[in-house]
Design a protein around this ligand. Structure first.
Ligand code: HEC
Ligand code: HEC
Ligand code: HEC
Length: 206
């Protein structure tokens, strides 16, 4: 590293300020483009659903043909729509957290067979539910705007339950779970998980 810095310093000393400035701008633009491309590529369906067998052989197969994959209008929710925050700062934080997935895939291999995946599913689901309860199902609400739901067009059962949800301060995943993947066998359900939501105000970007 020190040799590289010494080389850069020597190059900078030997050139005009304007050349150095242009080289700096070009380097920064390249870095920025690389960063942007990584963010976009790692949020595609191809990357999330099929680039590793842990997802492709389990949750991805289960998600196929669910309401969010295939429906009358063709408007879909793909993996990152539900699992990756949409605001920039939380997005970057989530992407950093995904480094753990690389670690598990390459090093610990904790879920590399169906059996291992099933054994860990409850733990993973609890993590997702805790996260979603903690932010009042923010990712669901990115598409489902409660204020714009036409209750009259919903089934009587949906109307009743949504009124109850509001009354009892429940969140979407308290009732709508196992909608994109199989439910874990055993373990607590989302309603049994206690999350202190007062720590995370609705207005916060996180
Ligand atoms: C990218 C947008 C998007 C996101 C994110 C999203 N949904 Fe949906 N959801 C849809 C669309 C579109 C439909 C309607 C499909 C249709 O019927 O045409 C739908 C349908 C539904 C339905 C109705 C199911 C049925 O059988 O009629 C439920 C319940 C639902 N979503 C819950 C959720 C929950 C819970 C989350 C968060 C975990 C979520 N959605 C995230 C777009 C989204
Ligand atoms: C207290 C439980 C509960 C909560 C909380 C809840 N729902 Fe529902 N939701 C239901 C039930 C029950 C239905 C009706 C299912 C049916 O008719 O088969 C339903 C139906 C729906 C439908 C389909 C409506 C239709 O008529 O086709 C959508 C979309 C939906 N919910 C989205 C959401 C979203 C988004 C949230 C969070 C803002 C949410 N729900 C919170 C219980 C709940
Ligand atoms: C409509 C929202 C939605 C979509 C789309 C979605 N998920 Fe999920 N995912 C959830 C929820 C909610 C959970 C929590 C467990 C549950 O309710 O099934 C979850 C759980 C998981 C888990 C933990 C293991 C488990 O089964 O609980 C993994 C891994 C996962 N999702 C990956 C994916 C991948 C990969 C895709 C795309 C192929 C995807 N998800 C698409 C909502 C979604």
């Amino acid at each position: 590293m020190r040799r590289v810095t010494a080389k850069v310093r020597k190059w900078v000393m030997g050139h005009k300020a304007v050349v150095v400035l242009l080289a700096g701008i070009a380097t920064s633009m390249t870095a920025l483009a690389l960063f942007g491309t990584t963010m976009v590529y790692t949020s595609t369906e191809a990357f999330c659903a099929t680039s590793c067998h842990e997802m492709a052989n389990n949750v991805t197969l289960e998600y196929r043909d669910t309401i969010h994959d295939r429906n009358r209008t063709g408007v879909r929710a793909i993996c990152p729509d539900c699992h990756v925050p949409h605001a920039p700062i939380p997005l970057y934080i989530a992407k950093m957290g995904a480094l753990n997935d690389l670690w598990v895939h390459h090093v610990t291999k904790a879920v590399d067979t169906r059996e291992k995946f099933e054994a860990q599913r409850s733990k993973m689901a609890v993590r997702v539910w805790t996260y979603m309860k903690g932010n009042d199902s923010r990712e669901c609400r990115h598409c489902h705007d409660v204020a714009k739901m036409d209750a009259e067009k919903q089934t009587p059962m949906a109307q009743r339950q949504h009124a109850r949800g509001r009354r009892e301060k429940m969140t979407c995943v308290d009732c709508h779970f196992g909608i994109a993947h199989q439910e874990p066998k055993g373990g607590p359900g989302p309603q049994e998980i206690e999350v202190d939501r007062s720590l995370i105000p609705r207005s916060a970007i996180f």
